[in-house]
Design a protein. Sequence first.
Length: 231
Amino acid sequence: MQSLDMLANNIANSSSVGYKADSEFYSLYHDESAGLDPSTPGPSDSPVIEKSWTDFSQGQINQTGNELDLSLSGEGFFQLQTPSGPSYTRDGSFHLAADGTLQNRDGYSVLDADGKPIKADLSVPVEVDSEGKIRQQGMDVAQLNIVKFTAPQALSKQEHSYFRLSVSELKPVPATGAQVHQRSLESANVQPAQAAVRLVSVMRQFEMLQRAMTIGNDMNKRAIEDVARIS
C-alpha cells in the first residue's frame, strides 16, 4: 500500500514543474517467533519499506519564452518566504505582483541573497544571467538566493514542489555551481512509463497477497467448522 501511494503520487506529479520523484528504501524484517537463524535469509524474512527517499536528479529543461520563468541546472534551490518560514523549490514559475514583488504561482515572495523579497519595475523588461543576477536596463536589481544543502535528504517535502528543512542545525550554503536559465522551466524527473510499469507490478503483487489472505481466512473458517462438526 505504501508503494502504491508513492508511485501514484509520482505519476500524478509527472507534469509538475520542478517535482522530484520519491522512491523507497527496503530492508528485511525478521520474524523471531519462527525460531530460525536471523543471519540466514529464509521464510521468516520479509521485505519492508524502512523509509522513502527523494531523487534529486536533474529534470529536463524546457523553453517557455516567458521572461520570468527560471530553471536551474546543477545542485540548488530557489528560496521563498512562506507564512510558515523559508521554503525551497526548483519550480521557477515566477511573476511580478502589482507592487513589483517577484513571486511564485502561490504568491510567495522570492528572496534575494540578503534574505529579502525581490522587487522590480513592472514597466521594464527583466534579464537574468546564469549566476542569478537580475538586471533592468543594464542595472543590477537583485541577486537570486540560490542555495544547496550538504545533506539534501534532510529536506522534507511540503505540498507539490516545496521543501523545508527537517533538521534545524543544517544551514543552506550558496549553490555556486548552479546555473540559472531564463525563459525555461525544469520538468519533473519522473519517468512516467517506468512508474506505470512498476505500478502495475505492485498492484498485481497486492492482489496476490489479498488472494492469499482470503484463502487463509477460508481455510481457518473451514477448520473451525470441521472441529465444531466433529464435536
